[in-house]
Design a protein around this ligand. Structure first.
Ligand code: TPP
Ligand code: MG
Length: 446
């Protein structure tokens, strides 16, 4: 563990790891009292990953946590009461009792995308968030987490390939906790390091000791900085151990005892306490203060959750589907001029063109719809489908004469190119692009 952070930052990491564990310990008690609705998962032994990775993000950045990332939610600013009420399906919870576990997000303020249970599906979703942020000029980085088991799903590979080919500012944390339910990593993946999967997509990767929170933070900070600088997605494999069963119902008897013992001696919180004490960053007094701070906060938050009502029965019909603005508002937050991404200033016209499109016999000249496949039109002039699809405006009206700034008339297309007109329709732009890219029309099929 190399010393690089300020004392406050070191203590923050400690506070959040302790808070993460105590929140989960509290929920185990609530579960045993039958107050938790649905499953309860544990990140015991993996707190260093959730906390160290999320701590490397800035406020404006986005994350999409999974079930073992309660620590990441806490670091991003979610109050413990939201986690308690959500697991207890209370009316005061973020989903107002509609869902359990950590299936909630905050698109407006904290920039958290709700977990998706289908393993791997968050990868393309959060890649889209990363791309949207870049398009809007926000300079954000997006992050999500995946397990060793989840890294074998098809969508993991599709998503990572997509993120890589789009150079998305995205950091993926692969939590290798040795188990996917009762399947050990060795029996599901024929490679030693899951980070090697990054090679298939030509992206950078790191391997880090997931039980060393400072190493996790330093590695993730470097990756986040690189992604933000435009280097594309980065994969971090954090090696750790799932210290409990898959969920509360699972006693994990299939895990060899020696394996638990090995990892227990490497408990991330115990290791970190030793480091902090050795570096004189934490003494008995400051430890006691942190203990009391957590105890006071969680007593208040748990009491709030326990005293909150369950949703009223009538509410079962409401909020099932998004109804638009009254459900939630999403407005793009532009941090660059829209003109930059709008023709004619943008370098790429917002239309698709296909070379040779519009030249075929059945395509009605240069103004036909895009016609894929080698189909034979029914009539020499227009195919049956094409006649339905073809715009009603004949091609000759598209390239109409407009007055140029020099008083002479010129085509609408060249006027748009000079920024003189912004009123072209998509068909008009398509016709212009097709005309520009196509060689002089011979009317021959290609
Ligand atoms: C696509 C998909 N397949 C199966 C499941 C059922 N399932 C939920 S968690 C889990 C094990 C996941 O193991 P891993 O990815 O290693 O994460 P961990 O539980 O160890 O954090 C499985 C199989 C699922 N949610 N989604
Ligand atoms: Mg796992």
């Amino acid at each position: 563990m190399k010393k690089q952070l300020t004392r406050q930052q070191y203590l923050d990491l400690y506070y959040y790891m302790r808070l993460n564990r105590t929140v989960e310990d509290t929920m185990v008690k609530l579960f045993r009292q039958n107050k938790i609705v649905g499953g309860l998962y544990s990140s015991e032994g993996q707190e260093g990953i959730s906390v160290g990775t999320a701590y490397a993000l800035e406020k404006k950045d986005w994350m999409a946590p999974m079930i073992r990332n309660i620590g990441a939610l806490l670091v991003k600013g979610v109050p413990p009461r939201d986690i308690f009420t959500q697991h207890m399906a209370k009316y005061t919870s973020p989903t107002r009792g509609k869902d359990g576990t950590s299936h909630f997000g905050d698109l407006e303020n904290l920039h958290i995308v709700s977990p998706i249970s289908m393993l791997g599906d968050l990868i393309p979703v959060i890649t889209g968030v990363a791309m949207a942020g870049r398009y809007l000029g926000q300079k954000i980085v997006a992050m999500t987490w995946i397990g060793d088991g989840g890294s074998s799903t098809g969508v993991f590979h599709e998503g990572l390939n997509f993120a890589a080919s789009q150079n998305a500012p995205f950091v993926l944390i692969l939590e290798n906790n040795q188990w996917a339910y009762s399947t050990p990593v060795k029996r599901q993946v024929p490679v030693k390091d899951l980070a090697d999967r990054a090679k298939a997509y030509g992206i950078a990767s790191y391997i880090v000791d997931g039980n060393d929170v400072v190493a996790v933070y330093n590695t993730t900070k470097e990756a986040v900085d690189r992604a933000r600088a435009g280097e594309g997605p980065i994969l971090i494999e954090a090696k750790s151990m799932r210290m409990r069963g898959h969920a509360q119902h699972d006693p994990a008897e299939y895990v060899p005892k020696e394996m638990f013992e090995y990892w227990k001696a490497r408990d991330p919180i115990v290791l970190y306490e030793k480091f902090l004490t050795g570096e004189k960053l934490l003494d008995a007094k400051s430890k006691k203060e942190i203990d009391e701070r957590i105890e006071t906060l969680l007593t208040k938050e748990r009491d709030f959750a326990e005293n909150s009502p369950m949703p009223p029965a009538e509410f079962a019909n409401e909020g099932v589907y998004c109804t638009g603005d009254e459900c939630h508002k999403i407005a793009a937050k532009w941090e660059r001029s829209k003109a930059e991404v709008t023709p004619p200033r943008s370098s790429i016209a917002a239309v698709w063109s296909v070379e040779g499109f519009g030249e075929g016999k059945g395509s009605a000249g240069k103004n036909a719809p895009i016609h894929f496949g080698d189909t034979t039109p029914a009539s020499p002039e227009l195919g049956e489908n094409e006649s339905k699809l073809a715009p009603k405006t004949p091609a000759k009206t598209v390239v109409k004469k407009v007055a140029g700034s020099n008083g002479k008339s010129k085509t609408h297309a060249s006027a748009a190119k000079n920024g003189a007109s912004r009123k072209e329709s998509a068909h008009q732009i398509a016709a212009r692009v097709a005309k520009k890219s196509a060689p002089a029309s011979t009317g021959k099929r290609r």
